[in-house]
Design a protein around this ligand. Structure first.
Ligand code: ZN
Length: 284
């Protein structure tokens, strides 16, 4: 049996992981018709719409977009679209036949395939919107710039320049930049050699250019390695989620800094209730 399975564990998926899911789905479900949608459990972060089956039945999936950590599915000749968030542990499984597992919540019966949404922590959700209202929805309307777009640049950063917040706090702020979380903020600032504690209003142009450059570099690299938090992602014989082995600072507290080497240890601190990992010596 041809079996495709992937699972998100331990950390909340961030932009690269959601992008990996997007491209996985794009290559396998575009052009497929939804024959039926069956809701096993409606109690996700928001109640699964009771009209899901009625609204989506017979629609053909034409496009899958990612905005920040959200996925949006569009359909042929339909005014509706589907907004999906994976929450903390949400994942999709694509299979030839229905083999139900614990925590399967929504099952999409497609032409010749079955797509299943599973979520242990039930923090993910699925909502229906009208195409012309989706980007005005409460989830997306205040979302900041996409880090991989050319709109994320020195000029954009400058409009936030006067803020007295620290660098980690700004990068985590979804209305400033979309899709970054704990893992990639630590990795980006390590790559840019900047301390997560630096105040935004103390940064010079060169430092901001470095943040922009490191952000794009780290995210692209993570996507090419299949993301970090996806521990068990098998597509036929292909396994991905390998960026975990490429992490240079995240979760490496009390270990030697890979740049400064012997004797200089990575430090773990709390910022806004979340862990930050950095090297005090080479991140100024
Ligand atoms: Zn160092």
């Amino acid at each position: 049996m041809f079996f495709i399975f992937f699972e998100l564990l331990s950390n909340m998926p961030e932009l690269p992981e959601v992008e990996v899911v997007r491209s996985f789905l794009e290559s396998r479900v575009i052009g497929k018709k939804i024959l039926k949608v069956s809701t096993v459990n409606e109690k996700l972060r928001y109640k699964v719409p009771s009209n899901l089956n009625l609204s989506l039945k017979n629609l053909i999936i034409t496009k899958i977009l990612r905005r920040g950590k959200y996925l949006i599915l569009f359909f042929r000749d339909s005014k509706l679209c589907l907004l999906i968030h994976l929450g903390m542990t949400g994942y999709f499984r694509l299979s030839d036949e229905l083999v139900e597992k614990k925590h399967d919540h929504v099952i999409f019966f497609l032409t010749k395939k079955i797509l299943i949404f599973n979520d242990i922590r039930k923090f993910g959700f699925i909502k229906i919107y009208c195409n012309n209202e989706i980007f005005l929805s409460s989830h997306l309307r205040n979302m900041g710039v996409e880090p991989l777009s050319k709109d994320f640049n020195l000029n954009y950063f400058n409009s936030f320049r006067k803020r007295a917040v620290d660098l980690k706090g700004l990068l985590m702020n979804q209305s400033f930049i979309a899709g970054l979380g704990n893992i990639y903020c630590s990795e980006i600032l390590y790559d840019a050699r900047l301390s997560p504690l630096r105040k935004i209003n103390s940064l010079n142009n060169l430092e901001i250019r470095n943040i922009v450059k490191s952000t794009k570099k780290i995210l692209k690299k993570a996507i090419s390695f299949g993301g970090t938090t996806i521990k068990n992602f098998i597509v036929s014989e292909e396994k991905i989620g390998y960026f975990k082995n490429k992490l240079k600072v995240y979760s490496r507290d009390k270990k030697n800094c890979l740049r400064c080497l012997k004797g200089i240890l990575i430090k773990k601190i709390r910022q806004n209730g979340r862990s930050t990992f950095f090297c005090e010596k080479c991140q100024k």
